[in-house]
Design a protein around this ligand. Sequence first.
Ligand SMILES: Nc1ncnc2c1ncn2[C@@H]1O[C@H](COP(=O)(O)OP(=O)(O)OP(=O)(O)O)[C@@H](O)[C@H]1O
Length: 410
Amino acid sequence: MDLLRATLYKVIGDGTKLMYNVMVDKSSKTTVNLEASNRSTAIPNKSTIRSGGNKAPNILKAPAVQDLDPQLNPDYNFDNFIEGYSNKLSRSVAEAVAQSPAKTVFNPLFIHGASGVGKTHLANAIGTKIKEIYPEKRVLYVSAHLFQVQYTDSVRNNTTNDFINFYQTIDVLIIDDIQEFAGVTKTQNTFFHIFNHLHQNGKQLILTSDRAPVLLQGVEERLLTRFKWGMVAELEKPTVELRKNILRNKIHRDGLEFPPEVIEYIAENVNESVRDLEGIVISIMAHSTIYNKDIDLELAQRIVKKVVKYETKAITIDDIIGTTCKHYEIEPAAIYTKSRKREVVQVRQVAMFLAKKHTDYSSSRIGQLIGNKDHATVLHACKIVKELCEVDKSFHSDLEAIENTLKKRN
Ligand SMILES: Nc1ncnc2c1ncn2[C@@H]1O[C@H](COP(=O)(O)OP(=O)(O)OP(=O)(O)O)[C@@H](O)[C@H]1O
């Protein structure tokens, strides 16, 4: 008793009251699961509760709502989850679940999408909102990885019953990155039982994954079918408009000011993940502060280039001809004619210049492919284009526009 008391005071707090009840079932040699109210409990003084981080679920602590740290990130809420076309559906469903956990048809709610599109944010937002509206609910956010570690520990320590009992007391269970369960059969099996228990008892499950259920290889079919019982909602890659809004919001929240063309540039070129957008804002801010430099397009371009993998799919002569003709509004067929019309000649020259700059073809080959000319014509075209660029602003910006279109075609 003394040892137990001293340990409880140390771990939970002074004055923790220990109540226990030992039942031994000699006939079956199995552990008896008791209802929470009958089970041994240790109720800490409210003033001395310490956040244990739910690292290893402690059955002694399980029944007290106020003693369960939901492990939610309060920075991830609905207020700062910006809505756009690509996440509208998922966000609406998430809000419905937050308003009425386990009372909608969205149970389980399975949110999937590529890395950095906001799955963890949205899942946390649901949990945070539920805690706001229903403080008495036992909400728990846990990564699939941590769930698996806890399960493995419980097997090692022979406390798997406690582990399962603990999870069966949760009202809203959020498991992030469920794809991590692939290939770990025993964890899946245990989760299957927890899932069934919670679902049958009217508890809400929220799962996130980097892929849709049908693509989750290494996850048992019986789990996959359950994942599809409720709502499978995809968070798509953010559209350019959403990226702009997220950027503006972040910049505003951080008390910064970025010129509009910088926001446009970042939003147009960083199109995979919101995490990348946030990283770029931080890098730009750091560079501007450390080097005492204004935030301008040039700085943004330098930083974006380091972060974004420009897929350098080789530019072809056909790409160049197509883009240049489109820009100058002439038919590509005109390039291959003998026409000496000024506009056709100029388009040929621009195409030759761009081919020299962006492809590895020799001048003779470029000449052959663009209007069947010789290599001297190609070199002459390059010289003319360069000279024109230096003296004619509008010609220069035409060329830049064509080059930008060529880069973006990837
Ligand atoms: N719509 C949004 N509005 C505001 N911030 C967002 C939005 N979507 C994502 N974010 C932010 O982007 C970052 C990455 O989001 P999050 O971690 O939720 O992505 P994820 O899809 O869970 O990624 P992963 O699969 O790699 O874990 C977070 O800082 C998050 O706040």
